[in-house]
Write a protein that binds this ligand. Structure first.
Ligand code: F0G
Length: 420
């Protein structure tokens, strides 16, 4: 379909064939050609400084949706969605912290961490999920589903519970952190373990979901991307719209890389920014098809059989490849792969600095270290590392850190000698 003028505030465009649809579409992919879609917005109609002021006033506003760190930016997220359809916790409003000890260890004077583990279900996924589940409800969905390495499922389960929708999750059997499964199950979602990896789960679900009337909320769903943009708007707001030189993040299925890039390009187009930070997407060495793609200027689409102990990013065939490639190109970004040892080493530093995160999240800081060592990132550059998930999401004890004291007898004497 195509729109008469004037256009609605937001609409959906197929990135492959350009076909357009309304934001109430029940189709996750383009209904003409099956391509991935993108949400577009009319410019918000206020100059940048006025928009910034509006968002600032909402930080202290206790109104239902505006206190959300996603819906506070609704003019940039999904302005056309009516308030009664919004399913919110609320989410976002996560801290942007500076820890001297961590900055020193990484060798970057102004290194800040955006602690997305402080979202309601413990990961950044809540930002995308509030929008995807709200849109699903508005479009009349009867049930929602996703494939997941654990965080998307926990988030979807919670937002489906808030919306009163049944939820189905496909997970790679035996490859998801137990805490994430427990969280997903507790919230009432139905878990279907699959004999295969994450990529197989997503392929399977994409094939079957549309035929059984189940609404898919993985990040191929363009409304997930809109919500996940909010982390970048929030970082910019916390930095008083003076962007850092670099934003680093872990990369798996590439939805987040795509979202952060789209947020930056839109912020510039709408007068909120005049300079873009460079994006640094970091993959685990055993799950690094996008880093291989970056190395050949994205001339070919790489696929691998993924292996890494950072289970959240154990993904070999990322769905948002093209969107993320645009984000990297447009921000003059970098994509690198780091070994698991470097990820766990960075996690130790983050945990000991009093922040804490799950293993996959620490890839961002591990990546900053590599680019600092190469000199691509300068000591004086301001860098934001996004920590995507909470420490308790995947608390597998680190063998290098286990003190493994045997239990002591309950006597003062035994305690004195243990403390000594
Ligand atoms: N960090 C964490 C903690 C994640 O859970 C994920 C993805 C990523 C980073 C990568 O983000 O896929 O947008 O590039 N987890 C998905 C899930 C795949 O199912 O929870 P991405």
């Amino acid at each position: 379909m195509s729109f008469e003028t004037p256009r609605p505030p937001s609409w959906v465009v197929c990135q492959a064939c350009g076909d357009e649809d309304t934001i109430l579409t029940p189709h996750v992919r383009c209904r003409s050609c099956g391509g991935l879609q993108e949400v577009r917005h009319r410019a918000p109609g206020l100059p940048g400084p006025l928009l910034r002021g509006l968002f600032n006033t909402r930080c202290c506003h206790r109104g239902d949706s505006e206190v959300s760190g996603v819906w506070r930016f609704k003019e940039l997220i999904l302005p056309g969605l009516s308030e009664e359809n919004i399913v919110r916790y609320p989410e976002g409003n996560t801290p942007l912290v500076f820890r001297e000890r961590l900055a020193e260890r990484v060798g970057v004077e102004d290194l800040r961490c955006k602690v997305e583990g402080m979202n309601p279900t413990g990961s950044f996924k809540d930002r995308g999920m509030t929008v995807a589940v709200s849109q699903a409800r508005a479009s009349g969905a009867r049930a929602v589903a996703c494939a997941s390495t654990g965080n998307t499922s926990a988030s979807m389960a919670t937002y489906a519970a808030l919306a009163g929708l049944p939820a189905f999750v496909l997970v790679p059997a035996g490859q998801v952190a137990p805490a994430k499964l427990a969280q997903t199950e507790a919230t009432g979602a139905h878990i279907i373990p699959v004999e295969g990896d994450f990529d197989a789960c997503l392929r399977l679900l994409e094939e079957v979901a549309p035929t059984v009337g189940v609404h898919l909320v993985n990040s191929i769903n363009p409304f997930r991307i809109e919500g996940q943009k909010a982390v970048m708007f929030e970082i910019l707001q916390q930095m008083e719209w003076d962007p850092p030189e670099w934003v680093a993040l872990p990369a798996g299925n590439l939805g987040n890389t795509a979202a952060v890039g789209k947020a930056l390009l839109e912020a510039r187009a709408w007068g909120l920014l005049d300079r873009l930070p460079r994006l640094l997407a970091v993959q685990a060495e055993g799950a690094a098809p996008f880093a291989a793609g970056f190395a050949d200027q994205f001339a070919t689409r790489h696929r691998v059989t993924a292996t890494t102990r950072a289970t959240a990013i154990r993904i070999g065939d990322p769905a948002s490849w093209d969107r993320a490639a645009t984000a990297i190109r447009e921000t003059h970004g970098e994509v690198i792969a780091v070994p698991d040892e470097a990820i766990f080493e960075a996690k130790r530093e983050i945990d000991r600095a009093g922040i804490g995160c799950e293993p996959a999240s620490a890839a961002s800081v591990a990546g900053v270290r590599v680019l600092r060592a190469r000199g691509t990132i300068a000591a004086a550059d301001r860098v934001v590392a996004i920590l995507t998930g909470h420490l308790l999401k995947d608390p597998t004890p680190d063998p290098a850190r286990m003190t493994s004291l045997p239990p002591i007898p309950a006597t003062a004497e035994a305690l004195r000698s243990a403390l000594a």
